[in-house]
Structure formats: C-alpha cells, structure tokens
Design a protein around this ligand. Structure first.
Ligand SMILES: [Fe+2]
Length: 509
C-alpha cells in the first residue's frame, strides 16, 4: 500500500514541528498526539463528477467537545499539488466524525486526501471522482458484504485494496451485533449493543482492523445497510424480540452507522430516520440504484409465536407470502424506484441487500408450493414482481442486481416466471459471498440448486467478494474466494468468471 501508517505520519509531523521550532503549545499537542487521533483510519464515499465525501473520526482520550479538523485533497501522492482544502468541526454529539465534501474537482480523476487535527496527521487515502455525465469511461468495482469480525480475518480486504477498483459497493452487515463465543477467532465486546455508546464501540472494533482500513483508503465506497447494523432480522420499527424500546435502539444504531462511514452530511439521521436509497451515475455508462430493504419493510410474514424476525415456511402454511400489500421497500421507495431507472444508459445496477432470485428449499410444484425464507425477497414476492414488471415494461436490457446477506456466491437469471425456466430472463443477478461471515452447509445448497434452475452458481463454502469490470459492451464478473478466512495472509483466487452482454440479460459462464 502507498499509504504511510498513521504513526509514521505522526512522527514526521512531530519531527517537522521540532525542526522548525514551532510554538511550545504546538509541540505539546504533537506530543499529546502520540495518542492516535486517527485510529480508525480514513475513508471516502459516494463519488460524484465534481467531488465525493471524505471521512475520518477523531479518537483518543480528552477530546474537546468541538475540534477543528483540516482536510486537504491533492493531485499527487506527495501532496505537492493541493486542489482543495477546508476545515470541518468534529463534534462530540456526532462521535467526533468528519464528513468533508470537496466540490469543484475534475471528473474521472484520482486524488489523495488526508486530515490534520490536534497536531496530528492522518494516514492518506486514495479516492476519485465519477466520470462526467457525457463520458462512457469503464467502471471497475467490487461488491462485498457481511464481515463478521469474530468469524474470520480480512484477507479479502487486502486483495480488494490490491485490486484497486474504482469503487467498492458494500451491501450490508458492516458490523454484527452478536456477542462472541469464548472460542471465537477474535472478540466482539460483551453483550448485544443497544445504546449509541455500545454501537460506537462495535464500529471501532471493526475499523481498527488494518486490512479493512486499507480497503477504505484504496478507493471510494458506496454503502447500504442490511439488518446486523442494528440487529438480526429487524423490520422497520420491529425488533426481533418485539422489544418496546426498539425505535430508540434503531436510532442509536443508525446514528453510529452514519458517524462511522463516509456518508454525506445531508444524510445525517433525523428523528431516527436516515435516507439511504438513491441513485448514483457513472458517466453515461451506468446508473447505480441503491436500495434500502430494512427501514421501510413490512414485518416478515408468518413469524414464530411471540417474536419478530424471519422464519422458513411453505407456501401452503403461509399464504401471506403472496399478499400484494406486503412490501420490502415501502410504498415511497417503490414509487421512487419506478421513476429512477436510467433508460438512456446501457446499465442499471441495483445495489441492494439480499438474494432477489426465487430460492425454494422444496419442490415448488409439490403440494406445499415450495419452502421459503421469509426475510429475503421470497418473503415479499409481490414486491419483487412489481420491480421486475417495471424492468419488462420499460424494456431495460441492462439491469444487473447486486446483493449480499446470504453468505454465498450466487449467479442467477431473474425470470418473468420463476416456475417456468423457459420464461424470459429480465435481469441478471450476482450475489457476492461474505467477507468473513460463515455460510450454510454446501450440501444443503447443492440439494436445493436443481429446484432453482435459474440459479446458475451457488457456493456457500467460501468467503470472498465479487469483482466486476463494466463497459458499454459487457460486464465481466469474477467470483473471488479466500483460501482460508481464518488467516489474514491467506491468498485470494478467482473461482469462476461470468459475462453479461449489454442488452442481453442473463449470465454466461
Ligand atoms: Fe450477513
């Protein structure tokens, strides 16, 4: 990595201040900065043609309520050509997070950025702007999700940083709320987080990992959440234990999420809500439609008695699965999405949380009508149908659905009618496997794949991510797998490669 470790930066700054005979106060601050003020690293996100969000968060004891943090962004790694700079105030009320938003930068360019506060300097990060709206520049990106810290090391992130993509799309489960088993590889804090302080501590645990920091520092990210940023299987304002104080818990979790990641200032949660869904254009090549399938969803169908959350049920025992009033996105987001597709671009990429393809665990033509997990799109099949009907009506030939959540690599054709393998393929789906969270038993997946012939690839036994390259003609997808997720130094290799041609939905091996 080209980035200096933070302590090297700190020492250089300290040495520089001593050499130039700075005021004693400054030296005292620099000495105080032997406490790492940037322990969680730096990140950038949500690139636009003229800017992006630059993020850091101040750490260490004795931070004042408000701290001025200077940021600078340069053309070159040596920071000899500064193109923009400014100051943001990090406030205790928002976790001393910094969300700087440079504007007026050149489109389609790479930049370097860093922060200075309290006499300390952060590591440098690398970021870029999106291409101009008229440009058809290709896009290389990675989808990743589900990085349970106590289940594995982040060898996958090391490889992502080495891949140096234009963009990482993180599709949910950035943290996990579980306490760790004593036998776990590495430890979460004790207990389930319920308060702002506890969620902040959980993010800090994750973000102290140097390989995760390296991936953040390598390129801008675009993020959506799934459930574990709050708690497993929550739905809207319903917690999985039906706890009455869940709205306060969710508000605390949403705030910590915003504080710890490179979101725009304008997205800061208000009254326990955070608008996450939206569209992001990559020149005239692609529109990325980021969805939020947690905040506005109806609660899961046919829940277990006395509790919230998901279930696995047959269609026969749970006819509510087919109730058209049930929604995964909420009415407002569904209406927004119906209008948001880019008909003038070859690609529409749907950055969302979970597997969209129907996935049944028993014969869908049998008397039980198939067996479904209620937390995913199968639990909200009418919502999926409405979405795919729009794709068909608008004749959108380049819809690619990107997902996470299920800890497996899936490649699927999204069909007009999932019961009929000969029906038209409307869109292509790639579900990245997890960075470190454990997957289902592969034997179960293998047994279910023949029931789901539109699923072209299904492997739950490897951790990793999916790497894409997209131009006006095609998308190439490479399924990347970690040899041993218990080893931070593990090699990462390509397990399979698929191609999607523009205007021809469906993956080709
Ligand atoms: Fe997950």
């Amino acid at each position: 990595m080209p980035h200096l470790p933070p302590d090297l930066h700190r020492r250089r700054l300290l040495a520089a201040s001593l050499a130039t005979g700075c005021a004693p106060g400054f030296i005292r601050q620099a000495l105080a900065a032997e406490v790492d003020r940037f322990e969680l690293g730096v990140a950038s996100g949500f690139p636009r043609p003229d800017g992006m969000v630059l993020w850091t968060l101040l750490t260490g004891p004795g931070l004042p309520e408000r701290v001025d943090v200077a940021w600078e962004i340069a053309d070159d790694e040596a920071f000899s050509r500064i193109v923009a700079q400014g100051t943001e105030t990090a406030e205790a009320a928002w976790g001393h997070s910094v969300h700087a938003e440079p504007a007026g930068l050149a489109p389609g360019r790479w930049y370097h950025y860093r922060f200075t506060a309290l006499g300390a300097r952060s590591a440098a990060g690398r970021t870029r702007t999106a291409p101009a709206a008229t440009e058809a520049a290709p896009l290389s990106f990675v989808i990743a999700s589900c990085q349970r810290y106590d289940s594995g090391h982040y060898a996958a992130w090391r490889q992502v940083a080495a891949d140096a993509p234009d963009l990482v799309m993180f599709l949910g489960d950035y943290i996990y709320e579980y306490p760790s088993l004593p036998t776990a590889l590495r430890q979460h804090e004790a207990g389930f987080p319920r308060t702002l302080a506890a969620y902040r501590a959980r993010y800090a645990t994750y973000q102290r990992d140097p390989l995760l920091q390296a991936a953040h520092a390598a390129c801008p990210w675009l993020l959506v959440w799934d459930d574990h940023e709050v708690e497993n299987d929550y739905a809207g304002l319903q917690g999985n234990q039906l706890q009455t104080d869940f709205p306060e818990q969710r508000a605390a979790a949403y705030q910590a999420y915003w504080e710890h990641l490179p979101f725009p200032k304008a997205w800061r949660p208000v009254q326990g809500q955070m608008r996450l869904y939206g569209s992001h254009d990559w020149g005239r090549l692609a529109r990325i439609l980021a969805l939020d399938d947690r905040q506005y969803r109806a609660s899961q169908a046919c829940q277990k008695p006395g509790r919230g959350g998901s279930n696995t049920v047959t269609m026969k025992e749970c006819p509510a699965l087919a109730d058209p009033r049930r929604t995964l996105l909420g009415t407002a987001q569904e209406q927004w999405l119906a209008q948001a597709w880019a008909e003038d671009r070859p690609w529409n990429l749907l950055a969302q949380q979970t597997l969209m393809a129907r996935f049944t665990w028993s014969d869908p033509a049998g008397p039980e009508g198939g067996t479904y997990w209620t937390d995913g799109w199968d639990g909200y099949a009418p919502s999926r149908q409405r979405l795919l009907a729009t794709v068909a009506e608008r004749r959108l030939g380049g819809v690619v659905v990107l997902g996470g959540d299920v800890h497996a690599h899936y490649v699927a054709d999204l069909k007009t009618d999932f019961r009929d393998p000969r029906s038209a393929t409307l869109a292509t789906e790639f579900c990245g496997t997890s960075i470190s969270s454990l997957g289902l038993d592969q034997a179960r997946i293998d047994a279910a794949l023949p029931l789901n012939p539109h699923v072209r690839w299904g492997r739950a036994d490897r951790r990793g991510y999916t790497r894409f390259r997209l131009d006006a003609r095609q998308i190439e997808a490479r399924l990347m797998v970690v040899a041993d997720a218990l080893d931070a130094r593990s090699p990462v290799t390509e397990a399979a490669r698929f191609v999607v041609e523009a205007g021809r939905p469906g993956a080709q091996a």
